[in-house]
Ligand binder design. Structure first.
Ligand code: PGA
Ligand code: ZN
Length: 417
């Protein structure tokens, strides 16, 4: 009789993500288990990410699983994640998954790991990490959002984030974030602005100027900090590639009526960090500005400078960044690179270099909890997954379950800032 983790069946189908866009879902069945995973999708994607789908889109990706992936994977061992992921690269044969699609590779890779974990009757994070003690990541989430994640009158900056690094449990940290989120509509009129609904990741869409948004949130954090007795700090995802005008070589802030050349952008970001005691700044510069990232990081004190579009979870981009001292934190979005093995290698490399790996959702996501397991398994001290919304809290709530089940063996992570 063959091993229980031998793959018997691989199926794929089209489903919809939180934005209502089609995405791919994959089922993997072994002799005694089953794994199912669907891929998330970005709206402000980095140009160095793998290609999400082949030409022909999700329908073609589903067809590719049937024709090209299933015949190779049936009979393989789901417990051999690295081998499975290597075979996915071989089937595709390009360096950016343009034939089968990066999201296809992602869904197959994750469904395989879920099937293997289920076959062994252990949770996914345990299957992937193989360690005995675990660190629970702190959730960081956006409470005001604009840029490419919102329509209408919105902030120039994509994400205004909150993070509570002193919380003693994931529940407490998440509750602090939620309470700051709920303070925003209460305080907004005081800042001469309005709330225009929520964006793709559940953050409030508002016509606030950058400084006003940060002033409002500083006040909201104070209210929550006083009430809960824990510090709540602010962060930003500037997604600066979306502000960058490559022809004019300036960062353009439409609402703020601000145009900044690179050096001025660095000064602007440093001032924001100092004035609002920011703990986290993601993509403060456009995705190819390695040297400017290095300059900013050198001058920053007590704040994480995180590369998302800069690194795209790609180990070669990360190595280049390390040479420039470009950041001190790196976003890990597994579907930016395609497979769990590639994402794991990027997270491990970041950690080895002293960079904080930050496991992250996408703006279009699916209502499942895999990301929480990946954050724990890859030892990411921070998980970026929004504050409210079904597909966001699916991941946050899973952290609570992991922490509850593992008690003393699942302490809150420590963050090196
Ligand atoms: P996404 O971006 O829209 O590509 O998921 C989110 C982010 O910039 O972190
Ligand atoms: Zn980002």
């Amino acid at each position: 009789m063959s091993a229980p983790t031998v793959i018997q069946e691989v199926r794929a189908r089209k489903i919809f993500d939180s934005r209502g866009n089609p995405t791919i879902e994959v089922d993997i069945a072994t002799h005694n288990s089953f794994g199912r995973a669907a891929a998330p999708a970005g709206a402000s994607k980095g140009k160095w990410e793998v290609q999400s789908y082949p030409s022909g889109g999700v329908d073609q990706a589903v067809e590719n699983v049937k024709e090209a992936v299933a015949p190779k994977l049936v009979g393989m061992d789901a417990d051999k994640q690295e081998t499975i992921d290597t075979v996915l690269h071989e089937i595709d044969s390009t360096d950016n998954f343009s034939k089968i699609g990066g999201n296809t590779a992602y869904a197959v890779s994750v469904a395989t790991s879920l099937a293997a974990a289920s076959s062994k009757d252990i949770p996914l994070f345990q299957h992937l990490s193989g360690t005995f003690t675990y660190e629970i990541p702190f959730p960081i989430g956006n409470v005001i959002g604009g840029g490419m994640h919102a329509k209408g009158r919105r902030t120039d900056i994509q994400e205004f984030l909150v993070l509570s690094t002193k919380a003693s449990t994931a529940v407490e940290a998440s509750e602090a974030n939620i309470r700051v989120h709920s303070e925003v509509p209460k305080l907004i009129s005081k800042f001469g602005a309005t709330v225009g609904g929520k964006g793709d990741e559940g953050a409030w869409v508002s016509d606030l100027e950058t400084h006003k948004a940060l002033e409002l949130l500083s006040e909201a954090c104070e209210v929550v900090s006083d009430d809960m007795g824990i510090e709540v700090r602010l962060g930003l995802d500037m997604a600066a590639s979306t502000l960058w005008n490559p022809k004019k070589k300036v960062y353009v802030y439409e609402r703020d009526e601000r145009r900044l050349e690179e050096k001025k952008q660095i000064d602007f970001v440093l001032d924001l960090i100092e004035d609002y005691n920011l703990i986290y700044v993601e993509d403060p510069l456009q995705e190819d500005a390695f040297e400017a990232f290095g300059e900013l990081t050198k001058r920053v004190k007590g704040c994480l400078v995180c590369g998302d579009d800069l690194f795209t979870t790609n180990i070669k981009r990360l190595e280049k960044g390390l040479k420039h001292g470009a950041a001190n934190a790196a976003i890990i979005k597994p579907n930016q690179v395609g497979t769990l093995t590639d994402a794991y290698k990027a997270a491990r490399r970041a950690k080895l270099a002293g960079y904080v790996p930050v496991m992250s959702h996408r703006s279009g996501d699916v209502p499942e909890s895999v990301l929480a397991h990946l954050a724990v398994a890859f030892q990411c001290p921070i998980i970026k997954t929004g504050v409210v919304g079904g597909e966001r809290v699916a991941k946050i709530n899973e952290l609570f379950r992991i922490q509850e089940a593992f008690g003393n063996r699942a302490k809150m992570a420590s963050i090196n800032v």
